[in-house]
Design a protein around this ligand. Structure first.
Ligand code: F6P
Length: 322
């Protein structure tokens, strides 16, 4: 019986469990043996494998995080690490590997495929949604909804005390989460790394909002915004406007929680597509979804090519946040 393995690597994302479940159950329907690798590439290097069957993935579809656990593994960035990983996969008799994660995960997967005989398929799982070759990565929808829920609550108190609020959201060096939650949450301003942040303009906007009779100013700040971070931005605004303000860093709550229906469905489809791709003899690809259709993208493109923000949304942001 052919043996395949699955691992999750890098930052966990809600929906990863649903994806593992889909992989294990689809693999069973193809009569494949599945091994789970615990703690991503770190577990791979240590040979931390566990046999998975359809029953081992029962009751996980609704759980956040990843039951296989994950890691950020520096050793996999070295030639020695790759060599060791190839040896472990050979020793364990793993012919095919599915990796769920973001750009770092795919770099490791390509290095493995190039250094050994293991066939690899990647599945995009990151709340940052910064992966080329898919409109949505697993976890993004849940993370934006979690952030949105918090922003709605903050709006209640911000309006009651008529204060500007600076809310930092995750996204690494990209503004996908900030842009979506900013629009969905009716933010007065959205600061993202992809557009230049001008403090004077931000101050004007905040002043204008209060003059217009708005009760609050919600400013969404992507953690990767180039203007020095949420604390510095808020301080610079205060120095000019002397308005009492508050900062809220949403942080890791955005990574946790039960996945939304959208994320569970995407995870199920992409998990099944990954197994199908391997069954069809494919290797070195990421499975994704573009305009509602399943799409295979060379794994290398997934991190080498830049995924652009939706231009229409960017335009809308400018109009709505003016
Ligand atoms: O890549 C996912 C992510 O949550 C980013 O949005 C964030 O910058 C980073 O991971 C945080 O990583 P860690 O959990 O290692 O602090």
């Amino acid at each position: 019986m052919k043996k395949i393995a699955v691992l999750t690597s890098g930052g966990d994302a809600p929906g990863m469990n649903a994806c593992i479940r889909a992989i294990v159950r689809c693999a069973a329907s193809h009569k494949l043996e599945v091994m789970g690798i615990r703690r991503g590439y770190a577990g791979l290097l240590e040979g931390d494998f566990v046999k998975l069957g359809p029953r081992s993935v029962a009751n996980i579809i609704h759980r956040g995080g990843t039951f296989l656990e994950t890691a950020r593994c520096e050793e996999m960035k070295t030639a020695e690490g790759i060599k060791k990983a190839v040896e472990v996969l050979q020793r364990e008799g793993v012919e095919e590997l599915i990796t769920i994660g973001g750009d770092g995960t795919f770099r490791g997967a390509v290095a493995l495929a190039e250094a050994g005989d293991t066939k690899v398929i990647g599945v995009p799982g990151t709340i940052d949604n910064d992966v080329y070759g898919t409109d949505y990565a697993i976890g993004f929808d849940t993370a934006t909804n979690t952030a949105l829920d918090a922003i709605d609550k903050i709006r209640d108190t911000a309006g009651s005390l008529q204060r500007p609020f600076f809310i930092e959201v995750m996204g690494k060096d990209r503004g996908f989460i900030a842009l979506d939650v900013g629009i969905a949450g009716g933010a007065e301003d959205i600061l993202i790394p992809e557009t230049e942040t001008k403090i004077e303009e931000l101050c004007l906007s905040i002043k204008r909002n209060f003059k217009k009779g708005k009760k609050c100013s919600i400013v969404i700040v992507a953690e990767g915004d180039e203007a020095g971070g949420v604390f510095q931005i808020a301080q610079e605004v205060w120095e000019r406007l002397r308005l009492d303000y508050r900062i809220c860093v949403l942080g890791h709550i955005q990574r946790g929680g039960s996945p939304t229906a959208r994320d569970r469905i995407l995870a199920s489809k992409l998990g099944a597509a990954a197994v199908d791709a391997l069954a069809g003899g494919k290797s070195g690809y990421m499975v994704g979804e573009l305009k509602g259709e399943l799409a295979l993208t060379p794994l290398r493109d997934a991190w080498e090519k830049r995924k652009e923000l939706d231009n229409n949304l960017l335009q809308l942001m400018k109009v709505l946040s003016a």
